[in-house]
Design a protein around this ligand. Structure first.
Ligand SMILES: Cc1cc2nc3c(=O)[nH]c(=O)nc-3n(C[C@H](O)[C@H](O)[C@H](O)COP(=O)(O)O)c2cc1C
Length: 180
C-alpha cells in the first residue's frame, strides 16, 4: 500500500497510447492513490476528459488560465501537492519541451514548478524515439534527475515492428511503487 494517499499528477499527451492511461488510473486508484490528470491540448484528440474524470474521480486539468478553485494558481498548486508526476504517454514533443525548459502549457509549467519525482514514459514510432534529437533530450532530462520507464519492442500503431511501445502497465506501476 505504498501508493496509498499519494497525490499523483498524471500528464497525458497526444500519442496513440493515451488510451492506456485509463488502465494506469485504475491500478493507481486500486492502490488508493489520488490521481489528478493534466491533458495537453493534443491529448484531446486521443482520449476524452469525461473518461479520465470518471475513472480518477477528480476534475481534469486542461487549461492554465481557467481557475478551478478560488484564487489558486493551477500549475503551482498542482506542482506543490504532487508526491509524484508521471507522464503517460510521453510524446517526442513533450520530451523536447521538457528538455528545453518550456513552460507553454499547464503540463510543462507544472513539471517545471514541481520538486516531486518526475517519471516519463515515452511511446512513439521507433525512428522518432531513436532520433538523436529525442535521445539527446532524454539525456538532458536524465541529467536533471527525471526518471524514465523506457518503451518496449513490439508492433507499433503504424504497423512497423520496433522499439517505441509504451512500457507495460505492470512495469510502470512497479517502478512507481519502488520509487515512493
Ligand atoms: C494518429 C497519431 C498518432 C500519434 N502518435 C504519437 C505517438 O505515439 N508518439 C508521439 O510522440 N507522437 C505521436 N503523434 C504526434 C503528436 O500527436 C504530435 O507530436 C503532437 O504535437 C503532440 O502534442 P503534445 O506532446 O503536446 O501532446 C501522433 C499523431 C497522430 C496524428
Amino acid at each position: 500500500m505504498l501508493l496509498k494517499n499519494k497525490n499523483i499528477i498524471l500528464g497525458i499527451c497526444g500519442g496513440i497510447a493515451a488510451y492506456k492511461s485509463c488502465d494506469i488510473i485504475r491500478q493507481l486508484t486500486d492502490f488508493k492513490a489520488n490521481v489528478e490528470c493534466i491533458l495537453t491540448k493534443n491529448a484531446h484528440q486521443f482520449i476524452t476528459p469525461l473518461t479520465l474524470q470518471t475513472l480518477s474521480k477528480n476534475k481534469i486539468h486542461e487549461n492554465m488560465f481557467k481557475h478551478i478553485d478560488k484564487w489558486e494558481i493551477n500549475h503551482i498548486s498542482l506542482a506543490q501537492k504532487a508526491d509524484l508526476v508521471i507522464v503517460i504517454p510521453a510524446t517526442a514533443d513533450i520530451i523536447a519541451r521538457f528538455a528545453c525548459g518550456r513552460a507553454n502549457d499547464l503540463l510543462t509549467c507544472t513539471v517545471l514548478a514541481s520538486k516531486a519525482n518526475i517519471v516519463i514514459c515515452p511511446a512513439m514510432n521507433t525512428n522518432m524515439f531513436n532520433h538523436k534529437a529525442t535521445q539527446n533530450n532524454i539525456k538532458i532530462l536524465k541529467s536533471y534527475g527525471y526518471k524514465f520507464v523506457m518503451p518496449e519492442n513490439g508492433e507499433l500503431a503504424c504497423g512497423n515492428y520496433g522499439n517505441g511501445i509504451l512500457a507495460s502497465i505492470e512495469t510502470i506501476v512497479s517502478f512507481l511503487i519502488n520509487l515512493v
